[in-house]
Design a binder for this molecule. Structure first.
Ligand code: NAI
Ligand code: MG
Length: 367
C-alpha cells in the first residue's frame, strides 16, 4: 500500500515545526514499519520567491496525487504588500479549492498538563476533547454576488451572499456522522435557522442525512450564538459540532482558546471519498500561522504540526493505534514538564523547537 506524503513546510516557523514532524515520521518508519515516502516542495512566500506565484502547477499536481499533504504555515511581512492574486495565502487557498477540501476538522483538546493555561477554569476544560467540523468551500466567503459598489449618492455598498446547496451540506454532514461513529456517536449541528434561509436549509439537510443514512447517531441542533455561549460555559457537553464556513471560523477560534495555546492545535481538511477506494483527499496543518515575531529563533512550539501528523495517521491511513501512540507521547512530554515558551508556566525554563521534537521522539521510544 502506497503511503506518500507531500510535505510543504512553507514560511516563517513552518519549516522549523515541520523539521521536528519529519523526525517523528522517520521514527514511525524505523520502528513501526510504516513505509512513509516523503516528497518536499514549496508553498507560500518561499514559492513566490522562486516561481513568482505561491503554488507552482507542478506542486498542485503532486498534491492531487499523493496520499496526504502536510503543510507548515505560509506568509510573513516580506510578502504583505504583494498583489492579492499572488499573496502566500493564495497558495493555501488554491490547494483547498482544487483538492475540493470541503470539511475542516478542528479539534479542541485540553491536555491535562496544560489545563491551567486555558482561558477557562481548570475543571471546565480538563480532559476536553471536542471536534469542530467547519464547512470550508461554500457559504458567505464564496457566495455570489459579492463586491463593493459605488452608489449614485456617493456612498458605497458592500455585499456578500450566503449560499448553500443540498449537496454541499449533505457531504459535510456525512463527514461529521462518520467521525461521530468513531467517537461518542453524537453530532451537534449549528446554524441560525431562526434568521437565515440558508440556516433553515442547513438544518433540514443535516436532519435528512441523519434520518436516511445515520439514524444510529444522536443528532441535535443549536443556534450558533448559543453554541458560542455554551463553549465558554460548559464546553465538555460537546463532542462533534458541524457548522458552516462563517460560524465554523468563529466557533473554532473560540474553542481553540480552551486548549491553552495556538502552538498546540492541529487541523485537517478533507475532500470527497473516492468511490473506488473510499480514500479522501486530505491536507493536514497546524492552526497557527508563520509567527514572524519568533521565526528563525528556534523557539516555536512544534506540537501543533506533530499533532497534525497524528490526525493524518488516523484519518488518511486508518492507523488509529499509531495516532494514539503519538498523542500519548505528546501527553507524556507535557506531563514530564517539557515546555516551549508559549506554554511555559512562570518560572519554568522553556526548551527550544528541536528539544521539544527530540522529547517527543524519546517518549515514542519509551512508551
Ligand atoms: P500566528 O499564528 O502566526 O501568530 C500569532 C501569535 O502566536 C504570535 O505571537 C506567534 O508568535 C504565536 N505563535 C503562533 N504559533 C506558535 C507556535 N507554534 N509556537 C509558539 N508561538 C506561536 O498569526 P499572525 O501573527 O496573525 O500571522 C502571522 C502570519 O501568518 C501572517 O502572514 C498570516 O497571514 C499568516 N497566517 C498563516 C496561516 C496559515 O498558514 N494557515 C494561518 C494564520 C496566519
Ligand atoms: Mg479564523
Amino acid at each position: 500500500m502506497s503511503r506518500t506524503l507531500l510535505i510543504l513546510p512553507g514560511d516563517g516557523i513552518g519549516p522549523e515545526a515541520m523539521a521536528e514532524t519529519v523526525k517523528v515520521i522517520d521514527w514511525f518508519n524505523a520502528n513501526r514499519a510504516t513505509g512513509f515516502e516523503i516528497e518536499e516542495d514549496l508553498v507560500g512566500g518561499c514559492a513566490y520567491d522562486v516561481h513568482g506565484k505561491p503554488l507552482a502547477d507542478a506542486t498542485m499536481d503532486r498534491a492531487q496525487q499523493v496520499d496526504a499533504v502536510l503543510l507548515g504555515a505560509v506568509g510573513g511581512p516580506k510578502w504583505d504588500n504583494l498583489d492579492f492574486s499572488v499573496k502566500p495565502e493564495r497558495g493555501l487557498l488554491r490547494l483547498r479549492k482544487e483538492m475540493d477540501l470541503f470539511a475542516n476538522l478542528r479539534p479542541a483538546i485540553c491536555f491535562p498538563a496544560l489545563a491551567d493555561a486555558s482561558s477557562l477554569k481548570k475543571e471546565l476544560v480538563e480532559g476536553l476533547d471536542l471536534m469542530i467540523i467547519r464547512e470550508l468551500t461554500g457559504g458567505v466567503y464564496f457566495g455570489e454576488p459579492r463586491g463593493i459598489t459605488q452608489m449614485n449618492d456617493g456612498t458605497r455598498r458592500g455585499v456578500n451572499t450566503q449560499v448553500y446547496t443540498t449537496e454541499e451540506i449533505r457531504r459535510v454532514a456525512r463527514v461529521a456522522f462518520d467521525l461521530a461513529r468513531k467517537r461518542s456517536n453524537r453530532v451537534l449541528s449549528s446554524e441560525k435557522a431562526n434568521v437565515m434561509e440558508s440556516g433553515i436549509l442547513w438544518r433540514e439537510e443535516v436532519q435528512w442525512v441523519h434520518d436516511n443514512e445515520f439514524p444510529d447517531v444522536e443528532l441535535s441542533h443549536m443556534y450558533a450564538d448559543a453554541v458560542a455561549m455554551q463553549l465558554v460555559r460548559r464546553p465538555k457537553q460537546f463532542d462533534v459540532i458541524v457548522t458552516d464556513n462563517l460560524f465554523g471560523d468563529i466557533l473554532s477560534d473560540e474553542a481553540s482558546m480552551l486548549s491553552g495555546s495556538l502552538g498546540m492545535l492541529p487541523s485537517a481538511s478533507l475532500g470527497a471519498a473516492d468511490p473506488a477506494t473510499g480514500k479522501r483527499k486530505a491536507l493536514y496543518e497546524p492552526v497557527h500561522g508563520s509567527a514572524p515575531d519568533i521565526a528563525g529563533q528556534g523557539i516555536a512550539n512544534p506540537l501543533a504540526c506533530i499533532l497534525s501528523f497524528a490526525m493524518c495517521l488516523r484519518y488518511s491511513f486508518d492507523m488509529g493505534a499509531d495516532a494514539d501512540l503519538l498523542e500519548a507521547a505528546v501527553s507524556k512530554v507535557l506531563d514530564d514538564g517539557v515546555r516551549t515558551g508559549d506554554i511555559a508556566e512562570p518560572g519554568v525554563a522553556p526548551v527550544g523547537t528541536k528539544e521539544m521534537g527530540d522529547a517527543v521522539v524519546a517518549a515514542l521510544g519509551a512508551l
